[in-house]
Design a protein. Sequence first.
Length: 164
Amino acid sequence: MDADLLFPRLVRAHTADVWTTALRLTGSHADAEDLVQEVFASAWAALESWPPERVAALRPRAWLVTITLNAWRNGLRSASRRPSTIPLLDHDAAVQPADHLDETERLGQLVARLPEAYRAPVVLRHVVGLTYAEIATALDCPPGTVKAQVSRGLALLRKELSWT
């Protein structure tokens, strides 16, 4: 299938999964928006260069989540090499003050504070709804490792929720 025909359908069908993954990984609406744009730009570039057989065999949901994870990790690596900055305004806080957060937003903030090793598996399993096998493929690790990471991440979340 031609990339020009496939790409708009791909964006419509998978934007919600990519957005949700990006938001829960980054913990910020602004960063998630940037990450989603980066993901679909990378996807477009790849689709244009692939032969039709490879495009036809594509599993788009897992592929886009993998691109999201890789772009997020690359962003973390790049940010760790730059001097830290302090934003003048916290746009997310201005929209919804911390003392008025609903339960979903509070849980989202707790997920965003999970260590990287647990955050991605928990988000992919319990927010995006991927199977352990799909997560293992996206993270390039054994399914048993994914199950352990999800379990440990959930344990940390339960512990945080019991303290608040």
